[in-house]
Design a protein around this ligand. Sequence first.
Ligand code: IMP
Ligand code: MG
Length: 182
Amino acid sequence: MYLTLDLGTTMKILLTEDELRRGIERIAGEIREYYQGRPLTIVAVLKGSVVLMSDLIRLLDMPLRIEIVRASSYRDSTRPGELKLKLDMLPSELKDREVLLVDDIFDTGYTLAEVLSQLARRHPAGLRSAVLLRKEGRCEVDVEPDFVGFDIPDRFVVGYGLDYQEMYRNLPHVAYLETEDL
Ligand code: IMP
Ligand code: MG
């Protein structure tokens, strides 16, 4: 289905609300299975992971804390730029905590790798990562996320938290933005 939205861009739906829900139920199952009821600290990467976060945590039944970090890569359009991290909301110690980093998408992997290395310095008892989407054939780092919702082709996507120039995060599905719009 093609949709034309407010910025005059054309989109094709990649993952419907139903598909997203089933994918998130599956990762939630894997996360519950892995942690076996142990207390968990989720670290959400703002802003892209807010929608995933709110759906995911309601499917997790272990004792759970939420922390946040902010990452922005100052892409001029869709190309990666310099990564900026804001970690000041994070507790200085994550000792004895099982930490699960949650982000929207794993593209080149630089964001996830950098946030993971910053978190590792705070000595968590365990450190894993979960992403909604992973783009095929793009990884440039030697870490991979532990829990992945969907592997997707290398195309620019928006919705369900993901933005294009700060717009479209509120779409309930994930859609491709047609390349002539980028
Ligand atoms: P990475 O550091 O290259 O893995 O990029 C990760 C970050 O870039 C994500 O957290 C997103 O904010 C952004 N990003 C990468 N690909 C897309 C996309 O297709 N749509 C929207 N944002 C993206
Ligand atoms: Mg972004």
